[in-house]
Design a binder for this molecule. Sequence first.
Ligand code: KIV
Ligand code: ZN
Length: 541
Amino acid sequence: MAKDPGRVLIFDTTLRDGEQSPGASLNLDEKLAIAQQLARLQVDVIEAGFPFASSGDFEAVQRIAAQVGTADGPVICGLARAAAGDIKACAEAVAPAARHRIHTFIATSDIHLEHKLRKSRADVLAITGEMVAYARSLVDDVEFSCEDAGRSDPDFMHQVIEVAIQAGASTINIPDTVGYATPAEFGALIAGINAHVPSIDRAVISVHGHNDLGLAVANFLEAVKNGARQLECTINGIGERAGNASLEELVMALHVRRSYFNPFFGRPAESREPLTGVRTEEITKTSRLVSNLTGMLVQPNKAIVGANAFAHESGIHQDGVLKNRLTYEIVDARTVGLADNRISLGKLSGRSAFRARLQELGYALEGEDLNDAFLRFKELADRKREISDRDLEAIVSEQVQQQGDARFQLRSVQVSCGTGMRPTATVTLDIDNGEERSEAAIGTGPVDAVCQALNRLAQVPNELVEFSVKSVTEGIDAMGEVTIRLRSDGVLYSGHAADTDIVVAAAQAFVNALNRLVAGGGRLPLHPQKAPLPLAETQTV
Ligand code: KIV
Ligand code: ZN
């Protein structure tokens, strides 16, 4: 049996694999806000990024390590290909965290060896030993992944894993990179590793998997039954292609079906001790923050965090639930923090009450950020009688998205539209912190007119590929949240904003997306899995 922490460790890769989703790229403040929320959720490990990709990625991982990687906080991890340059950058970026980890990987399937790495099995064995040892010379905690494990020859993979453990890896990760495995196969793969890798009792077995066939969560649960004790997952299941195994589904499956899983941990079925360290009450809030900041909307019927996950539409169900919730409910909405939407503040609430409530919600805003958010709150309170926690969350997540040094700042929006009129918009932008310019445009509707006017001002070629509006809370005075996705040179950029006036929210969301576009410079970031392994660097520098 592999080294067993006695429960499942949750390794969150929202900021690394999740951020590899098209259009989901995040700025530094957004990454920090998500990392802070992941710490409140009490995940065990945060994979904060791929530091070698760019100076921006390096800085983000380093800031997260410094600010979130406290002694009682999560382990902060960075990803590195099995190449000395990647590993060195990763070690420097994660160093400020009290507990830090390098996660290095190389592919082990023949298809990857032949077509991607162009290396022999002997090469891969040698690189694994040398690069894991190099990583281990820089940090105490090294995780090693056999990329495309799901399609690798198990005998060869067992040899690679043994070499990695001998070189100092204490976590061995088994990724189903292309989401090909079925639950029984994936469980057998983990059982085979436990049975055939001589030193496996010196490492925690971890799993990582993609959802191409919708099987990632099922595969992980089967892996847990066979001894996997770390699960690599993302909030809302975001990630490459069809995404990663979703954190909230895994955590809640292990929570709700504890009595089924307990015996696999050597516990009595009726044990009430949690199987993960996650604070489930933080799940809904984390899901909303990640969706707002990445622009990746959650489908309404998504398990645990979808808008309909706890809604009882049919009359028969409602009747049953009113008599006894257990007739149709297996999860109490409060367990995931859903029912918690206090009416917290109103028009007369002052700055300190506002700050205190934000702090209770886990947001520590100070200085200019606090002043700006307070102004937004006052404006909202003039239009909306009662401000709920969800409204406050919307204000804060918008605050994080609006960067003071961004190229475009929205100053004003005016539209005229209605029956028998051609929708017309006039917008004013502050460009590069100084020059205020206005433009007017006619569109097919008010939002189209606003976007056209903004495009005339910004002069950045783009195509609008997604526009969605949803209300933050119930009621006619609710704020509307707008998410916009733009495409430029084949790269997607998203923007999000909330306001009681959805045309204003649309304008702000469009400006946020434009700012990301100009900051990204139309370049796709270096992809850790698709970029070729630097040849000279697979030897230690
Ligand atoms: O999917 C995958 O194989 C990965 C590895 C880098 C762990 O993301
Ligand atoms: Zn992955």
